[in-house]
Design a protein around this ligand. Sequence first.
Ligand code: ZN
Length: 378
Amino acid sequence: LSAHERLGATSHHPRWAVAYKYPPTRKSTKIKNITVHVGRTGKLTPIAVLETVHLAGTEVSRASLHNEDEVARKDVRVGDTVLVEKAGEIIPQVVKVIKVKRTGNEKKFEMPKKCPVCGSEAKRFGDEVARKCINAQCPAQVKQRLEHWGHRNAMNIKGLGPKLLDKLVEQGKVHKISEIYTLSKKELAHIERMGQKSAQNLLEEIEESKDQGLARVLYGLGIDYVGQHIARVLTEHYNSIEDIMNASQQELERIEEIGGKIAESIVSFLKEEKNRKLIKDLQSHGVRMQEKEQQRAQFLEGKKFVFTGALDNYTRNEASEVIREFGGRVTSSVSGETDYVVVGNRPGSKLEEAKNQDTHILVEEEFYQMIENEELPE
Ligand SMILES: [Zn+2]
C-alpha cells in the first residue's frame, strides 16, 4: 500500500495532502504497554501506550503500530524507547526503536489470535496484513459502526454517544445499525439515567436522520476508503444506492478521483449479502437513499395539479411523475386547493369545475413550457 492508500481520503481534504504542509515533529519516549484496538470492520490494531510526550502542540500518549507485520518489522517491544512522529493531522506513529537504549527487560509483543473484546477468532484473510475479528456481532464492531452512523458528518444523531451505545449494545438492544430505527421510547427510557425527555429527543434525532440523503448514508455505512469526499463524488454521478449497486468496478473507476482500490471496495461492500440486507432494512425503516433533486424540486414545491384530457407528449403517469420530480403534487379532482388544471385533448368535466373554482388553467403548450423553463406561469 502506498501512504496515500493507507491513510485513505477520509476527510474533505485527503489526509496525505495535508500531511506534507507541516514538517514532521519527532520525539523519543518509552512504550509502557501495547494494547489492541478492535475497529469498525473488526480490524485489530496494535496501539503503543506511551509515556506522555509533548509533540506538535499536543500531549501524545498513544501511537498506532498499524499491524503485526509492522510491529515485527520494526521489532517494537514493550519497554522500548522509541522515536514517535506526528505530522499534520495524522495520528502519531512509532518511527523506530532506539535499540541502544534496550536493557534486556523489554517484552516481545504477540498479536492475539482471538479478538480481545469478544473472544472470537481473529483471522488474516488472503494476503491482507490486517487481522480481523470474524464475528460481525462483535460488540466492539457494532458500537463503532453505530457511532460512525450517528456521526455528525453521517446521520448526525447527537444523542447516540459512546456511553449510550455501550449500554444499548451490552444490554442486547441493538446488534446492527438498522435496529436503532426500531427503538421505542419505553426501551430507551428504561436505560439507566435516560429520562423521558432525552429519550424523546433521541427518537426525534433518529427520525430526522432518515432524511439525511445518499452522500451521508454512503459515508455512514463505513465502506473502506469511502470518506465524506468520495461519498459526495459518488452522489454527483449517481442518484440512488441502486444505481451504485448496478455500477461495475470499471464504471466506477472511470470517475475521476475514484481509483481502483476505492472502486473495488465499493463493489465488494455492495455485493455482500449482509450489507445488502442492511441497506434493505434501512430503506424499509424509511432511510432515504436517493439524492433529492433540490434545484428542480423547489419550483413546484407545494403546488397541486389536476389533469384532464389526454396529453400529446406524455401519458398521465409520465406527466404526474414530472410534476412530482419538481416537488409538486397531482390529485384526481379539482378543489379549492388545486393550483393548476392542465387541459389536454377532449377534457372532461374537470375543466368546467376548474372554471367554476376560478383555478388557473394551463393548456398543453403552457404546461410543457412551464416544465422546460422550470418557471411557474404568470
Ligand atoms: Zn470481536
